[in-house]
Design a protein around this ligand. Structure first.
Ligand SMILES: C[C@H](O)[C@H](O)[C@H]1CNC2=NC(N)=NC(=O)C2=N1
Length: 97
């Protein structure tokens, strides 16, 4: 099982991720899309990536604003798998704008 990262390692990882904040208890990012259908389409693409990685974000949908939270539930904190998932979510968000 992946190890929970130290606060410093999470900080380093977040350095390469625009818009994400957090600490070893979880990392999150909010993004506003152009419409509710556009937001739901992003969630659908994130679902595909989550299945591919077998790693799943917590997702909050409020009209066209999405909040993603990544934490490895089985490890009880943020692991390298969350940083990878966050990078993939950013790729999707970039291409959705
Ligand atoms: C068996 C499978 O790897 C696990 O149940 C996965 C699925 N997706 C997961 N996603 C997240 N975020 N944390 C987990 O611990 C987790 N566990």
């Amino acid at each position: 099982m992946a190890d929970v990262l130290t606060a410093e390692a999470v900080r380093d990882g977040l350095g390469g991720l625009a818009g994400w904040t957090g600490d070893p208890t979880g990392i999150s990012r909010t993004a506003e899309l152009g419409s509710f259908p556009a937001a739901v389409a992003v969630v659908d693409r994130v679902a595909e990536v989550a299945e591919e990685l077998d790693h799943h974000p917590d997702i909050d949908i409020r009209w066209r604003t999405l909040t993603f939270r990544c934490v490895t539930h089985s490890a009880g904190g943020v692991t390298h798998r969350d940083l990878e998932l966050a990078r993939r979510i950013d790729d999707i968000l970039r291409s959705a704008r």
